[in-house]
Write a protein that binds this ligand. Structure first.
Ligand SMILES: NC(=O)c1ccc[n+]([C@@H]2O[C@H](COP(=O)([O-])OP(=O)(O)OC[C@H]3O[C@@H](n4cnc5c(N)ncnc54)[C@H](O)[C@@H]3O)[C@@H](O)[C@H]2O)c1
Ligand SMILES: CC(C)C[C@H](N)C(=O)O
Length: 364
C-alpha cells in the first residue's frame, strides 16, 4: 500500500504503528482530523487477513469518527485504533498497558474507548498508563462500557427513521431485522421488544442468537438470510460494508437503521438506497450515543446530562432527513455536508489541535 497516497486522499493527519514484542502488541492508531479537538475513537481488536486490511480499517473508522463527532456537536476530532489479533485468544494485560503508553506519548492528541473486541477491563488496563482513555469501569468519573448507551441512541434514531419512512415514530408491530446481536444490538432488541416490535435476528455466534430468541422471542435466521427477510427496518449491527452490490437487491426493508460503522460499501450504495426510496439513517449519526456518553467523562461525567445529549440523536437524524429533502440529495451526502460545514467553520479560525489552558482536557 502507498501509505502517503492513502493519507493524502482523505487528508489524514497521522498514522502510527505500535509494536511491543514482549506482549505481542501490534496496533495501528489513525488520527484523521483534530480541527474540532483531540481525536476520540475506540480501539478495535480483530483478526485481519493482511496488514493492509488492518490499515484500511483503521483509516476508514478514524474518518468515520471525525464525521461522527462533528455531526454529534462534540468538540472532538476523529481517530481510531485497530489491534491485530484474536480478542478471544491473544489478549494479555501487558498488551493493553504497552498500548496505553503509546497513547500517553501522543499527549492528548488521541483518546480511546471500547470498540469491537475490547472491553471495560481492557480500558482499565490502558488507564494504568494514561488518562487519555474513556469507557473505563472503576475510576471516579468513569462511564463504563458505552454499548448500552449506543443502543439507546440508536433506538431514538430508529424512531426518527420510522417517522420518516412510515409517518409514525412508533415501532409497535414493526418488524426489525437485526444483523449481529452483540453488545449494542442485544440492548437495542430489549428496547424494541418492550415497545412491541417483532424481531428477526442473526449472528455468527450461536449463543448470542439463542439469548435474543429466549429473552425477546426473536425469530432466528442464518447469517446469509437476513438481507432477504420480509421486514420494515434492516438494522446492521455487526461489521461494515453490508450494504453492497450483492445485498442491495435482496433488501425488502423500507428503512435501514443500525449501529455498525461504515455500513455502505461505497457511497454509490447510499445513492442507490436513495433512488429506491429506502430511508437510510447514516451510520455515524445514528450510532453516536456511545461516543456522546464517553465524551461526557472529559468534562466530569454526569449521567443525566449525558442521557439528555444522547436523546438528541433523534433530532440529529431528523435534521439529516430535512437537509436531504431540502437539497434533494441522499441522506449519506446530507450527513457529510452537516459534519463538514461544522468542521470548516472551526477550521477557518484554527487548524490542528493544540492543547491550551481553555481546552476540555484541562478540566479538573
Ligand atoms: N459498542 C459501541 O458502543 C459502538 C458504538 C458505535 C458503533 N459501534 C459499531 O456497532 C457494531 C457492533 O458493535 P458491538 O460493540 O455490539 O460489537 P460486538 O462485537 O459486541 O457485536 C457484533 C456482533 O456481530 C456478530 N457478527 C460479526 N460478523 C457477523 C456476520 N457476518 N453476520 C452476523 N453476525 C456477525 C458478532 O458475532 C457479534 O455478536 C460495530 O460495527 C461497532 O463498530 C459500536
Ligand atoms: C465509544 C466510541 C468512542 C467508540 C465507538 N466504538 C464508536 O464507534 O462510536
Amino acid at each position: 500500500m502507498e501509505i502517503f497516497t492513502s493519507l493524502q486522499k482523505y487528508d489524514y493527519e497521522q498514522l502510527l504503528f505500535c509494536q511491543d514484542k514482549n506482549s505481542g502488541l501490534k496496533a495501528i492508531i489513525a488520527i484523521h482530523d483534530t480541527t474540532l479537538g483531540p481525536a476520540l475513537g475506540g480501539t478495535r481488536m480483530w483478526t485481519y487477513k493482511t496488514e493492509d486490511d488492518a490499515i484500511v480499517d483503521a483509516l476508514r473508522l478514524a474518518k468515520g469518527m471525525t464525521y461522527k463527532n462533528a455531526a454529534a456537536g462534540l468538540n472532538l476530532g476523529g481517530g481510531k485504533t485497530v489491534i491485530i489479533g484474536d480478542p478471544k485468544k491473544d489478549k494479555n494485560p501487558e498488551m493493553f498497558r504497552a498500548f496505553g503508553r503509546y497513547i500517553q506519548g501522543l499527549n492528548g492528541r488521541y483518546i480511546t474507548a471500547e470498540d469491537v473486541g475490547t472491553t471495560e477491563m481492557d480500558m482499565d488496563l490502558i488507564h494504568l498508563e494514561t488518562d487519555y482513555v474513556t469507557g473505563t469501569s472503576s475510576y471516579s468519573g468513569a462511564s463504563g462500557n458505552p454499548s448500552p448507551i449506543t443502543a439507546l441512541g440508536l433506538y431514538h434514531g430508529m424512531k426518527a427513521t420510522a417517522k420518516e419512512a412510515f409517518g409514525t415514530e412508533s415501532l409497535e408491530g414493526k418488524t426489525v431485522a437485526v444483523q449481529g446481536v452483540g453488545n449494542v444490538a442485544y440492548h437495542l432488541c430489549e428496547f424494541l421488544h418492550k415497545e412491541g416490535a417483532n424481531l428477526i435476528v442473526t449472528d455468527i455466534n450461536k449463543e448470542s442468537v439463542k439469548r435474543a430468541v429466549e429473552d425477546f422471542g426473536a425469530k432466528a435466521v442464518d447469517p446469509d438470510e437476513i438481507y432477504g427477510v420480509e421486514c420494515d427496518i434492516y438494522a446492521p449491527c455487526a461489521l461494515g460494508a453490508t450494504i453492497n452490490d450483492e445485498t442491495l437487491d435482496k433488501l425488502k426493508a423500507k428503512a435501514v437503521a443500525g449501529s455498525a460503522n461504515n455500513q455502505l460499501m461505497s457511497t454509490k450504495h447510499g445513492d442507490i438506497l436513495h433512488e429506491r426510496g429506502i430511508v437510510y439513517a447514516p451510520d455515524y449519526v445514528i450510532n453516536a450515543g456511545g461516543v456522546i456518553n464517553v465524551a461526557d467523562e472529559l468534562v466530569g461525567y454526569n449521567r443525566e446530562r449525558a442521557m439528555k445529549k444522547v436523546e438528541m440523536v433523534y433530532d440529529n437524524v431528523e435534521k439529516v432527513f430535512e437537509i436531504s429533502k431540502r437539497d434533494n440529495i441522499p441522506t449519506h451526502v446530507a450527513a457529510d455536508r452537516m459534519a463538514e460545514e461544522r468542521i470548516q467553520s472551526v477550521r477557518n479560525s484554527r487548524s490542528q489541535f493544540l492543547r491550551n489552558e481553555k481546552h476540555i482536557l484541562n478540566f479538573n
